[in-house]
Design a protein around this ligand. Structure first.
Ligand code: FAD
Length: 532
């Protein structure tokens, strides 16, 4: 299924020449400069199985973050891998005299223009419908999918075979290429690792336009580079995703804690036990009222009388969110198993809420919120999200400062907090994590109201994020950003730390002209424009 070709080798001399060019940082002045250039006639005259569009490309200059709007010169809607490789190759062949860059765009759910290309070419990966999903059953089942495929489609198709991918994101209307370029972390990551752990093979178009198949056995360096590689080393055109037998139902459970120490102790216990839940997450609740009443539309209190008496007003609460998968014929056993697992935990007993939903409804849960928010016009608003990876040994210091002094309420959006255990994750990828084995994903998922000047304004949320980030910069904390965003190369170097050398070396090997994913702002296109 995958088309193998030899991997690229650049000459040492050309690499050395380009090292200096790559070192220049991109800045906002460049992005907003009036330098106007168009796609070369070369490209405009190329023949594709799909098509290039030069007009009405507003969609490709937007993303979920809704804060960066960089207009491309052209958008390629590819119908074949060769469409992608030929346009990248053509731009590569233009050499250092060209300013053109290429951004693969998945579903455009980036936060700060990471899938955009100012006056460059955006490749709309969702148009790439090849290969058709193809399933392989057996001891280690998998599915081959296009890099532009949405996870929700993979879920539906896999279920027809009684199978499912193992590791997810909280929201499934994202593409394979988009999440694999980051990591894909959710409540299953403690068990299976992130999505980048659950891929057997990729087909990639490198920054010189070469089509390369890579895996743990073949072109391993490129495989590892691309996983978590922020789109810097190649465009993922196909992926082989690991599957497992699918459950049909899910027991979905929430319970509250008022003591952070008990909350994290229980979360860490659950992610380290051999017999545990299938999904472990959690979130913080600050200054919210009527919380349990809100849950009642979809969850049932275990003890309705006691739940009625519980008052959350004013307190900082921590909600453990866990799920156990099952099939209906096992339903008696599953209740016993859950009771036994719950008996080891120290949540506030009156706050135990449960729900039973289909596997699809559980995994696609955020889409329900999307539909409601869209109806109210609150989906396409600015999303100044901040995602952090905090070492377990520092999570109390972090919580004390951030939830105690900086972050005053969670009414602008959820704040997720849950631990994962890195010891089960794939080594050698481009993903940057804290050094400790156990660390927490802490995600501030705020939405800003465009016309507001109050606590839900973009300005207010950005100021709060800045305070959090400035606290996180204390070196002894060892905190890393997830879905990172920096504006100059010094900051990127600090982010990668000792991994920077490898990241840089890989860039020189696989995208020496820095053509790919300019919106990440790690490297600047090697050309005269950048050297000022
Ligand atoms: P895009 O935003 O289109 O692209 C992201 C980056 O990847 C860009 O740099 C782009 O150039 C590059 N890229 C895209 N396609 C390819 C490709 N085929 N090959 C190479 N590079 C490519 N993340 C989690 O880990 N866990 C979560 O639970 C989670 N929940 C989310 C919930 C919501 C509502 C949203 C909006 C995002 C969430 N995310 C989560 C973040 C999400 O994983 C990233 O934003 C991801 O990049 C989005 O995928 P996309 O297909 O929209 O990618």
């Amino acid at each position: 299924m995958f088309n193998s070709q030899s991997s690229i080798q650049k000459t040492i001399a050309s690499k050395l020449l380009l090292i200096s060019l790559l070192s220049f940082m991109i800045n906002k002045t460049h992005l907003s400069s009036n330098n106007s250039f168009t796609v070369s006639p070369h490209i405009a005259n190329m023949k594709f199985d799909g098509h290039l569009s030069f007009k009405n490309n507003e969609n490709e200059s937007k993303d979920f973050g809704n804060r960066y709007h960089l207009i491309p010169s052209a958008v390629l809607h590819p119908k074949s891998v060769s469409d992608i490789s030929s346009i990248v190759k053509c731009i590569f062949d233009m050499g250092v005299n060209s300013e053109l860059t290429v951004a693969a765009r998945g579903h455009g759910h980036s936060l700060k223009g990471q899938a955009q290309a100012y006056q460059g070419v955006v490749i709309s990966m969702e148009s790439l419908r090849v290969p058709e999903m193809s399933f392989h059953v057996g001891k280690y089942p998998y599915v081959d999918v296009s890099g532009g495929e949405l996870w929700i489609n993979i879920l539906h198709e896999s279920l027809k075979h009684g199978l499912t991918p193992k590791s997810w994101t909280d929201y499934l209307h994202l593409t394979v290429g988009g999440t694999l370029s980051n990591a894909g972390i959710s409540g299953q990551a403690f068990l299976h690792g992130p999505q980048i752990n659950n891929v057997y093979q990729l087909q990639v178009v490198t920054g010189s336009g070469e089509v390369v198949t890579c895996s743990d056995e073949q072109n391993t360096d490129l495989f590892h580079a691309v996983l978590g590689g922020l789109g810097q080393f190649g465009i993922i055109t196909q992926a082989r995703i690991a599957l497992q037998p699918a459950p049909r139902k899910v027991k979905w459970i929430r319970a509250l804690y008022s003591e952070f120490t008990l909350f994290t102790k229980d979360q860490e216990h659950l992610i380290s036990s051999t017999n545990s839940f299938d999904y472990v997450e959690g979130f913080v609740i600050i200054n919210r009222t009527g919380l349990l009443n809100n849950w009642r539309s979809s969850f049932n209190p275990k003890d309705p009388v006691q739940a009625n008496q519980f008052t959350s007003e004013g307190k900082i609460l921590f909600c453990l969110e866990i799920a156990k998968y099952f099939n209906p014929e096992e339903s008696n056993n599953i209740d016993q198993e859950i009771d036994s697992l719950l008996s080891e935990l120290s949540y506030i007993k009156s706050t135990l809420f449960q729900s039973e939903v289909s596997y699809v409804d559980f995994l696609d849960r955020v889409h329900v919120s999307e539909i409601k928010l869209r109806e109210k016009g609150l989906w396409e608003v600015p999303h100044p999200w901040l995602n952090l990876l905090v070492p377990s040994s520092k999570i109390h210091e972090f919580a004390h400062e951030v939830f105690g002094n900086i972050f005053k309420d969670t009414s602008n959006g959820p704040v997720l907090i849950y631990p994962v255990n890195k010891s089960r994750w794939r080594n050698g990828t481009s993903l940057v994590t804290p050094e400790e084995d156990v660390f927490y994903l802490v995600a501030f998922l705020s939405s800003a109201i465009p016309s507001s000047t109050g606590k839900d304004s973009l300005q207010h949320i950005l100021t709060q994020n800045k305070k959090i980030l400035s606290f996180c910069e204390r070196p002894h904390l060892g905190i890393k950003q997830y879905l990172p965003h920096y504006i100059n190369q010094e900051e990127w170097k600090a982010h990668f730390g000792t991994n920077w050398e490898v990241f840089f070396r890989r860039k020189l090997s696989y995208d020496p002209l820095a053509i790919l994913a300019p919106g990440q702002r790690i490297f600047q296109r090697a050309n005269a424009f950048s050297i000022e």
